[in-house]
Design a binder for this molecule. Structure first.
Ligand SMILES: Cc1ncc(COP(=O)(O)O)c(C=O)c1O
Length: 385
C-alpha cells in the first residue's frame, strides 16, 4: 500500500455529518451549509443535452474531447475574458477540476528532480496538497490572512522557496473566503512565475460566481498566443450546478497543455461524450448563470443582514457562494462555534478543516434554499454561547 494512505487523517467532516444524521433521525430539520455542493437543479436544457447525447453504440471518449466542446469553451473565453485561444492547442477537457488538479501533478512534476516544490496558500481547497504529495512533490504551504485580503504578498516570498518551486497554485475567487484578485496582482504573479521558472496554476472554478464587477482571469489577451507558464482551471460544477456531471477544462500555455494531453490517455480520465455534450450547451449559455448568481445573492443577503444585526463579521470577499464568518469571541474557537451552531441545527464547516489560517473562522456554503437561508438567519439571531 502507498504509505501516504496511512498518513491520511479521518475525513474531518465525518463527525459533523454523523451528528447531522443523528439529529435528522430525531426528526429535526438540519439546515446544511457545510459542503460546497449546490443542491439546486441543473438547468433543464443542460440535462436534455446530456440525454440527447447518449449514443446507441458506446465508444471510448478521447482525451482531447470533441471539437464542438473545445469550440464552445473558446467562445466562452472570448465572451467572458476577451481571450483568443486556439481550441486545439490551448484547451483540454478535464473530468471535473478536482480530477484535473490532482492528476496534473503527475504530469507536471519530476518526482526525482531538484525542483519539485508545490506552493499552496492556506486556508485552501485541500486537493492541491493531495495531488502534490501523491506525485512526489514537496509542499510549501504559506498562510494568507485577512490583512492582505487572503492573497499572498508576492514581494514577501522566500527566495529559497521560489528557487525550488515547480508549480504554484492560486485560487480566486477563493474557497473558502470568497476573496478576489485583481488584474495588477495577477500580472505580478505572472511576472514572478517567469522570473523564477515555475508554472502558475490558477483554479478559477468560481470565476463566474461574483456579486460585483466580473472577476478577471490569470490569462489575459495581451499574453496570447502562448500564455507562457500559466494554466487556468475552470469547471461546470458551480457555474451551472453540475457537480455530478464531472466536467471542466484547463486552458493556457500550449507547451504544458501538450504535456497533459500526452499523460492523460494513460489514466482513463477522458470525459464521457454525452457529458461533453451537456458541457458544450452549458459553456454556450450565460443566462442560466445569471439566474444562479441571483439566487446566491439573495441567500447571501439574508446571512449578511443577520451577521450585521449581531455585530458579526464576514471577513472574506464579494464572490463565490461562501461566507467566511469570524468566530465571535464569546463563542470560543471555530470547532466549538460549529458544534454550537449544530445544536441549533445549522451545519457549517469549521475553518481549521481547510488548513492553517482557518482557526478563527467558520465557512457557510450557501448551497441550501432561500427558505433555509432565511430560517438559518432567524436562528442566528437567537443563538447564545
Ligand atoms: C477551489 C475548488 N477547486 C476545485 C473544486 C472541484 O470542483 P469540480 O467539481 O470541478 O471537480 C472545488 C469544489 O468544491 C473547489 O472549491
Amino acid at each position: 500500500m502507498n504509505p501516504l494512505l496511512q498518513e491520511e487523517r479521518e475525513y474531518p467532516f465525518a463527525r459533523l455529518l454523523e451528528t447531522k444524521r443523528r439529529r435528522q433521525a430525531e426528526g429535526r430539520r438540519v439546515l446544511d451549509f457545510g459542503q460546497g455542493d449546490p443542491r439546486d437543479p441543473t438547468p433543464a436544457f443542460i440535462r436534455r443535452a446530456l440525454a440527447d447525447g447518449v449514443p446507441e453504440v458506446s465508444s471510448y471518449p478521447t482525451v482531447k474531447g470533441k471539437p464542438e466542446l473545445r469550440e464552445s469553451i473558446a467562445r466562452y473565453l472570448k465572451r467572458r475574458f476577451g481571450l483568443d485561444v486556439d481550441p486545439d492547442r490551448h484547451i483540454l477537457p478535464v473530468t471535473g477540476t478536482k480530477e484535473g488538479i490532482f492528476t496534473s501533478h503527475l504530469a507536471l512534476l519530476d518526482p526525482h528532480g531538484t525542483r519539485r516544490g508545490v506552493v499552496v496558500f492556506e486556508p485552501a481547497y485541500p486537493v492541491y496538497v493531495q495531488g502534490a504529495r501523491y506525485a512526489g512533490g514537496t509542499v510549501h504551504a504559506v498562510t494568507v490572512t485577512r490583512q492582505t485580503g487572503f492573497r499572498p504578498d508576492p514581494e514577501s516570498f522566500d527566495p529559497e522557496m521560489l528557487a525550488h518551486t515547480a508549480v504554484m497554485w492560486i485560487n480566486y475567487p477563493h474557497n473558502p473566503t470568497g476573496a478576489e484578485a485583481d488584474a495588477a496582482w495577477y500580472a505580478r504573479m505572472r511576472e514572478l512565475s517567469r522570473e523564477h521558472h515555475f508554472i502558475l496554476a490558477s483554479d478559477e472554478c468560481y470565476a463566474d460566481l461574483g456579486f460585483g464587477t466580473p472577476h478577471p482571469s490569470v490569462l489575459v489577451p495581451e499574453e496570447a498566443p502562448d500564455f507562457d507558464g500559466v494554466l487556468a482551471f475552470h469547471s461546470c460544477s458551480k457555474r451551472s450546478c453540475m457537480t455530478g456531471f464531472r466536467s471542466g477544462f484547463v486552458v493556457g500555455d500550449p507547451k504544458w497543455i501538450a504535456v497533459l494531453a500526452r499523460f492523460r490517455p494513460s489514466v482513463g480520465v477522458a470525459t464521457p461524450a454525452f457529458v461533453q455534450d451537456a458541457a458544450t450547451a452549458a459553456w454556450d449559455d450565460d443566462a442560466h448563470v445569471q439566474e444562479i448568481v441571483e439566487r446566491y445573492r439573495r441567500r447571501r443577503e439574508h446571512f449578511l443582514e443577520a451577521f450585521a444585526h449581531r455585530g458579526w463579521h464576514h471577513d472574506g470577499g464579494n464572490a463565490t457562494f461562501y461566507l467566511w464568518l469570524r468566530v465571535p469571541e464569546v463563542f470560543g474557537d471555530a470547532i466549538r462555534f460549529a458544534d454550537r451552531l449544530l445544536e441549533e441545527d445549522i451545519l457549517v464547516t469549521p475553518g481549521p478543516f481547510l488548513g492553517a489560517g482557518g482557526e478563527k473562522h467558520v465557512r457557510f456554503a450557501l448551497v441550501s434554499t432561500e427558505d433555509d437561508s432565511r430560517e438559518a438567519a432567524a436562528r442566528l439571531q437567537r443563538i447564545q454561547p
